[in-house]
Design a protein around this ligand. Sequence first.
Ligand code: NAG
Length: 377
Amino acid sequence: MARAAALPPSRSSPTLPLLPLLLLLLQETGAQDARVRMPPEVRGRLGDTVELPCHLLTQGPEGNVSQVTWQRLDPPKESQSVAAFHPSHGLSFPSPQFGKERLSFLAMGQSTGPKWGRGIEMRDATLVLRGLTVEDEGNYSCEFATFPQGTSRGVTWLRATAQPQNHAETQEVILSQELVPVARCVSTGGRPPAQISWFSPLDGKAQESQVPGPQPGTVTVTSRYTLVPSSQADGVKITCKVEHETFEQPDLLPVTLSVRYPPEVSISGYDDNWYLGRSEATLSCDVRSNPEPTGYEWSTTLGVLPASAIAQGPQLIIHSVDRLVNTTFICTVTNAVGTGRAEQVVLVRGAQKLWNQTATRSPPGGCNLTCLLGPGK
Ligand SMILES: *[C@@H]1O[C@H](CO)[C@@H](O)[C@H](O)[C@H]1NC(C)=O
């Protein structure tokens, strides 16, 4: 079988650039009759025209080839003659699967008429097959009947391939405890089926399924990237990689994950140095959420806000700190998915805390008035 001389798997696609390599390889391995030069494998795209090269190498007097025959070797029909040329009987394409419409000899040309005949060398028996189908895939032998050397033949494995179309997309999900698909990568109509993998910083798993593709003999592969969706996964970029022998390089398709989750809230701005009479104290409600918040609400554990505190969206501005500010503030944030809240205990001191008196740590927040008045004064 020609398959025995199989090539190492190759990513490069087109048949033609491969041929010189194949021929070299064939000559090296001597897997077939040394007098007939044929590639062990020929690949063609479904629907395309492929050439099945076959050459007789022997030097000899002209006209010593008495017949050329191409046969299909695979089941269901044991050996099926698909094309023949005889110097006096002419051309024959006996197989109904191919007929005259889909087959021709390259050396004969399309319109110029036979170049072969008595006295003309019949050494190039390259067969041209149009409209490649899945059913055409198989082993084909090319045979020269010569006088007086006898019969020489070689075998080629014809493979039909189809280039798949790829796309990847995010599947928007809501925060949950369950494993769900968060992205999908689809390679449509490949032959053989494409190979899909994922690059991701997250600990997800791929789940793959295959269905018949749009063209007969092709396969559509779908890979779903699944994980337990957390808010940390929102906005993360992952990449689907599709590999196929018809691609010169893998197809890389990036997607950005989208996990919808209720607001995750924290409060900043309290520096543990709020004292009676301090001006311009501000609390900020810091939020991560998907989608964006629709509303912020400030309150205290006692209910309503003290008169000195003014809510402005995510900020709470206290123009002058008084005893009523000595409480716990709550910021409640809402988005389309739900609600989140955070609390901040505020301790109002009778007087400003000076850093060189406590001498333990620097202020936690950014630089403010206290810094300027700080150590050394
Ligand atoms: C604020 O409340 C605490 C008790 O929670 C109290 O010790 C402190 O004196 C109060 N501050 C003022 C300025 O009243």
